[in-house]
Design a binder for this molecule. Structure first.
Ligand code: PHE
Length: 374
């Protein structure tokens, strides 16, 4: 059994010399003071108070000291460790306060900043106008139907009773994507010149009765100017049922203009010709501004209808039985009516747009006054 080493002098244990302990303490305090954020402080804490830190190692040396030396060395190391822990806690409080203050500033929301720097988009007035018209018919039970814009010549013309030599087929009206091919003059492919081919598609697709409304884009080889555009929009209506007459057509047209322009509106029909309707008519609606009162009344001129009292809307008629047959509908049992008109024109007279080009150029200064309908 070995006796304690009475001659052991704690002063000679390098790590427990007072100036060493002070140095360790001061280094720890300096490291805490230098820590710029809580992460750095945490690192400094591990380095200066952790299990392998100089102070912890010094503390471990105490156990090996003779009893009389233990107390003093213990006190010295204990005081140093106490000072280090206190300094750590103080610096931690300080850095936490700094972080909280910074977060408050960085995450603050400035409620006075302008909120509309990126303006919300809205749909084009042509779209909203088309939907408004379509909605009138949807509320009457009609179904919205669509067809392709690149259309078989057969649907665009043949099925609709346009003869092979009809002038509308000529290049000066129609964009041909593919000419008629083969020796037998098979159907070519065109950009549809009207929404009427959807009538033919609808009749072939469904069993009568058929009630459809078809809004869509159509193409004609017109130059873009104030009153023409090669790409424009039409809305087409088709009703096929037993016993439909021209009176149903007239009532439907009246209902449409009343829904869109007011309850005192009406339409009138003027004879016209379309290959796919018989009889056919041009439809006019009462001028919704002067209600006809400008006619023969120089004191009350009307800009909207040029004092004519009526505004031309589009074409209509009873579906030609030849079209019914071409589309598989029995003309002995069913009859139908159809009409179609241009949306650009309606937008022009309804909102006094003088130049059609404004509608296609995409300048928001044109669309903004129509409001933000989404
Ligand atoms: N499709 C015709 C046009 O583009 C309009 C129309 C539609 C006429 C339906 C009669 C019936 O001019």
């Amino acid at each position: 059994m070995s006796a304690p080493n009475k001659s052991y002098d704690p002063v000679e244990v390098e790590a427990l010399k007072p100036e060493e302990i002070e140095r360790m303490r001061d280094e720890a305090l300096a490291a805490f003071a230098a820590a710029g954020d809580l992460d750095a402080l945490q690192e400094a804490k591990v380095a200066h108070t952790g299990g392998t830190s100089p102070l912890a190692l010094a503390n471990r040396e105490i156990g090996a000291l003779p009893p009389h030396a233990k107390a003093e060395a213990g006190k010295r190391v204990g005081q140093a460790r106490g000072a280090v822990n206190k300094a750590f806690a103080a610096r931690q409080t300080e850095l936490e306060a700094e972080r909280d203050a910074r977060v408050l500033v960085e995450e603050a929301v400035d409620v006075t900043l302008p909120h509309d720097r990126v303006p919300a988009g809205a749909r084009h007035p042509l779209t909203t106008m088309m939907e408004r018209v379509a909605d009138v018919f949807v509320s009457m039970g009609y179904e919205v139907a669509e067809g392709p814009e690149v259309e078989a010549e057969w649907f665009n013309f043949d099925a609709l009773n346009f003869g092979p030599d009809h002038p509308a087929r000529q290049m000066q009206d129609t964009f041909f994507v593919e000419g008629p091919t083969g020796d037998h003059g098979e159907s070519g492919v065109v950009l549809r010149t009207h929404t009427s081919p959807v009538q033919a598609r609808a009749m072939l697709d469904r069993e009568p009765p058929v009630y459809i409304v078809c809004p869509g884009r159509v193409y004609r080889t017109d130059e873009l100017d104030a009153t023409h555009t090669p790409v424009f929009h039409q809305i087409e209506l088709l009703a096929i049922d037993e016993g439909l007459t021209m009176a149903d057509l007239k009532g439907t047209l009246d209902h449409m203009v009343q829904s869109l322009f007011g309850s005192d509106m009406k339409t009138r029909l003027r004879p016209n010709y379309f290959p796919f309707t018989e009889p056919s008519a041009e439809m006019d609606m009462l001028c919704y501004v002067c209600k006809g009162e400008s006619v023969g009344n120089p004191d009350r001129p009307c800009r909207t209808c040029s004092s004519e009292g009526w505004i031309e809307l589009g074409g209509c008629g009873m579906v030609n039985p030849r079209v019914l047959v071409a589309c598989g509908v029995d003309p002995q049992k069913y009859s139908g009516f159809a009409f179609g008109f241009g949306i650009e024109r309606m937008l022009m007279f309804r909102h006094n747009v003088e130049d059609m080009r404004d509608m296609v150029e995409g300048d928001v200064r044109f669309t903004r006054p129509f409001g933000m309908e989404i």
